[in-house]
Write a protein that binds this ligand. Structure first.
Ligand SMILES: Cc1cc2nc3c(=O)[nH]c(=O)nc-3n(C[C@H](O)[C@H](O)[C@H](O)COP(=O)(O)OP(=O)(O)OC[C@H]3O[C@@H](n4cnc5c(N)ncnc54)[C@H](O)[C@@H]3O)c2cc1C
Length: 324
């Protein structure tokens, strides 16, 4: 969480998202499910900074809906052959290995064996298209085709448990994204507060105009609450399991929507200069932060996870509600 917050504070989500993809999504999966010598080698390399790993789930036919995945792993003598394509492979150009969510072909040749995560070397990835993006320019996101032969020990977790493995990694990624927004919004509100002190209009500093001061105070109050939430969630993951996929989804969707609003407001407080690339970094920060509402699952997918655990209070309802 400290790495997430501090890397977010640079206000360059391309950097912080890249770090969290490698350390959180890939790292957390390998820590929990990487029990073969090959996977432990990948983890060791990742932790001491020798290797970069990326994670590929999304495809042209399946983003929110992972039943649309077409990348297939089929058994071959001595291991598996993985073929297909991943549309948004962030770090795909610089990685040493990729963890890929695949459909497992059963012995009859039907792709009905459930999903599995496989580690493939970078040499198995070919560029189909370099993607141009609205923001996060520091992060390469590339449409890749895959053709790999990997040994049995490249399978991460059990065959068929791919969704479980992916969800574990994505939950860490989502919590990290929430932490990054804390750092990013803190950076933006810090700059905006300084500007309100320095810039004078109508004969006094902008900060003395109550409308602006209280808008910034509102953002700061929500930021303080979010900061408490992400740190307590981070403690809940390894210790008690109290912070599961539902809780991290709730934090991620709330944090990233707040961050988009906060960046826009801070940009606004700079007036015209906020919109100029050469005068302030706010425009870039605003564009970069927008990725948070899409990557590692969109707002709607996060809300679906939250909705799946909502409990009705029928006892209270029967006691307190009388519709006649
Ligand atoms: C810069 C960038 C980097 C990325 N990096 C990676 C990466 O490294 N690895 C990776 O695997 N993926 C990556 N992604 C992909 C990202 O996770 C997906 O784009 C995202 O999950 C949405 O999938 P989709 O694009 O197919 O949109 P779709 O699934 O087609 O969704 C389109 C819209 O419909 C909504 N929607 C879909 N289904 C429903 C529903 N049932 N109810 C309500 N609304 C719905 C979505 O929320 C969204 O608003 C990246 C994306 C971007 C833009």
């Amino acid at each position: 969480m400290i790495i997430a917050e501090e890397s977010g504070r640079y206000g360059r989500a391309g950097l912080s998202v890249g770090v969290s993809l490698c350390l959180e999504t890939v790292g957390s999966i390998l820590v929990r499910y990487g029990d073969s010598p090959l996977l432990r080698e990948y983890l060791d390399g990742l932790l001491d900074g020798r290797l970069i790993g990326c994670f590929g789930a999304s495809e042209p036919t399946g983003g929110s809906d992972l039943t649309g995945l077409r990348t297939v792993a089929r058994r071959v003598p001595g291991g598996w052959r993985v073929t297909g394509e991943k549309k948004y492979l962030s770090l795909g150009l610089v990685c040493d290995f990729a963890l890929l969510l695949c459909r497992i072909e059963d012995d009859r040749g039907d792709a009905h064996g459930g999903l599995g995560v496989f580690a493939v070397p970078a040499s198995a990835l070919s560029i189909r298209k370099r993607l141009r993006k609205v923001g996060t320019a520091a992060l390469d996101t590339t449409w890749m085709t895959i053709d790999a032969r990997v040994p049995d020990e490249a399978l991460v977790g059990r065959p068929g448990a791919g969704l479980l493995v992916a969800t574990w990694g994505l939950s860490h990624e989502r919590l990290s994204i929430a932490g990054q927004t804390v750092g990013g919004v803190a950076a933006a509100t810090g700059l905006a507060t300084a500007h309100l002190h320095r810039r004078e209009q109508f004969g006094r500093p902008l900060l003395q105009h109550q409308a602006l001061r209280l808008r910034l105070a509102d953002l700061s109050a929500r930021l303080l609450s979010l900061r408490f939430a992400v740190y307590s969630a981070a403690q809940g993951i390894p210790v008690t399991g109290a912070c599961g996929p539902r809780e991290t989804a709730a934090l991620k969707v709330t944090a990233t929507r707040f961050a988009e609003e906060a960046m826009s407001e801070c940009m606004h407080l700079f007036g015209g200069a906020g919109y100029l690339e050469d005068e302030t970094p706010l425009g870039r920060m605003w564009r970069d932060t927008r990725l948070g509402r899409i990557g590692a699952g969109t707002d709607e997918m996060m809300w679906e996870l939250v909705a799946s655990g909502m409990t009705p209070d029928f006892v209270g309802y029967d006691e307190l509600v009388d519709l006649g």
